[in-house]
Design a protein around this ligand. Sequence first.
Ligand code: SF4
Ligand code: MG
Length: 333
Amino acid sequence: EDYLVKVQNLKKYYEVSKGMFKQKTIIRAVDDVSFSIKRGETYALVGESGCGKSTTGKTILGLTDATAGEIYFQGKDITKISYSDMRKLRKDFQMIFQDPYASLNPKKTVREILMEPLRIHKKFEGKEREKKIHEILEIVGLSKSHLHRYPHEFSGGQRQRIGIARAVILQPDFIIADEPVSALDVSVQSQVINLMLDLQKEFGLTYLFISHDLSVIEHMTDRVAVMYLGKIVEVAETEELFENPKHPYTQALISAVPVAHPREERKRIILKGDVPSPANPPKGCPFHTRCPFAMDICSEKAPEEVFFTDGHKATCHLYTNSKEEIKDVIRNS
Ligand code: SF4
Ligand code: MG
């Protein structure tokens, strides 16, 4: 397989001081995560806020250092390369943020915002740069008349188009989009998503799409990894995941997605309680405090990965225990 990005045993731990005595606590924001993204695909990381998906994205981009693990980009382990090599690579991967307003310099015009990456990475010269800026503006659905305006003069959707233009102007291979449409009105969301899909075709982009919104993920992505408390609990092709979710956490997330046809209404699984603190994750299966199917073993032993098909796996004792036990669980739930 042709993988563009390969993440292996990635960990990102933080130390924080808490309480009166400033006790040090370790937050396991990303706790031994592995996945690979094929060239040209849109790979989703989904989960509730605080599950580690944004931290995973930032670590891949080098915005924060990994505590352990490897991140291969085009076959090179980017956790080990020099600062100057990283700088050269940086033009090949870019980020689209949730809040374009916060990520666009309010004192710069659209032209200046788009010129900056070209200057930093010494791409094109003089007139060529201007031409490139006009071209990219048009591609994202803005025009020359917007060149000398400032971010605050645009709507949320237009600002995200500027953020996207800035991300693609260097023609990167890989884009991490962290909740790129969550701050936008639903009516604008689909326009921005369609723009991202068009750009993917046009430039052969590979996306890591980070979101808590399963309806957007269903519409937009090829494969999904579901994260809970810093770990990946299930991976599958998007269609397969929505039709045949295996992990109880995935089942609960999907059961909450509104469906178009009332006939297909899924039984809603309501999770009890909040996500536990990553400073003190539950022993055994991290999901056992909220899982409607939890068994005795779940609070004692961490489950292992079980493969259902080549590309579909989940980490859950339901599929490692005997069939009899599973029937019991389902009967009693
Ligand atoms: Fe639920 Fe146990 Fe599976 Fe964890 S291992 S998801 S607690 S059934
Ligand atoms: Mg986040």
